[in-house]
Design a protein around this ligand. Structure first.
Ligand code: SAM
Length: 242
């Protein structure tokens, strides 16, 4: 394997996988997302070349991976969460496959489950949700924009990625489509990190309450959110653990 497309997990450096850490500790080149925990960057060997993806086009990142792999360097592409969930890992895998370069995809702990969990929200709690709808709140092509009317009709839990900048628009579209304004909702910013912030409010007021939160943030809508009143309460055992 010349290239590892490795999921770094949602923020807490302890949430990378054993396989991911193994590849990271053995790499010559590390190409990483901006928001990957600094502790993980330190896990690469001292000689490793570190390149931030920030400011580079997707094509440049693809070329970088292919070029370093052709120089027989062991490359790790370290990506937030899971590489294939709203992470463009598929585009990088396609570029490597087309160039005939062997690669391995190392799944990561996605924000999808880990970030609600860190706020005390079990997203498919039995009897409250038997379905999850996962949506990108922002896309680069209008063709792929979510159909909020269709989404508002779905039962279960709604999880919106990349929606912080459009929270007002998104919740207004859901309410207009008939979603109950009293549905419990939460925005979790910087989930699993020491500076995690959680705002809970009914759908009708969540956008206003959460508008000042810093990115990255996840919007969760559904009855499972109400469990966080119990599960997100400070617990002596958890406090002792830290
Ligand atoms: C480009 S997507 C990448 C998702 C990633 N591949 C994953 O599996 O979690 C970035 C979005 O993920 C969500 N996100 C990622 N990390 C997060 C965190 N620690 N707390 C809250 N939301 C997060 C935010 O909605 C953010 O805008």
């Amino acid at each position: 394997v010349n290239v590892g497309l490795v999921g770094a997990g949602p923020g807490d450096p302890g949430l990378i996988t054993v396989r991911g850490l193994e590849l990271l500790r053995a790499c010559d080149v590390l190409v990483h997302d901006r928001l990957v925990a600094p502790e993980l960057l330190d896990e690469a060997p001292p000689h490793a070349v570190r390149v931030s993806r920030e400011g580079l086009s997707q094509e440049s990142v693809n070329d970088l991976l292919v070029d370093y792999a052709r120089l027989r360097q062991r490359v790790v592409r370290l990506k937030g969460g899971d590489p294939f969930l709203f992470g463009r890992g598929g585009e990088e895998a396609l570029a490597l496959a087309r160039a005939g370069i062997p690669f391995e995809v190392v799944p990561g702990v996605s924000a999808l489950t880990a970030v609600p969990a860190a706020a005390g929200i079990p997203i498919t709690h039995r009897r409250l949700a038997a379905q999850i709808t996962v949506v990108a709140g922002r896309t680069e092509h209008a063709d792929f924009d979510a159909d909020w009317h269709a989404i508002a009709d779905q039962p279960g839990t709604l999880v919106v990625f990349m929606g912080l900048a459009r929270l007002g628009e998104i919740t207004a579209a859901l309410l207009e489509a008939g979603k109950d304004p009293d549905t419990p909702a939460a925005v979790i910013a910087r989930g699993t990190r020491p500076d995690q912030h959680v705002v809970r409010a009914p759908l009708r007021s969540i956008a206003q309450r959460a508008e000042r939160l810093p990115p990255p943030a996840l919007l969760v809508v559904g009855h499972v959110v109400s469990l966080s009143e119990i599960l997100d309460a400070p617990r002596p055992a958890a406090a002792a653990h830290r």
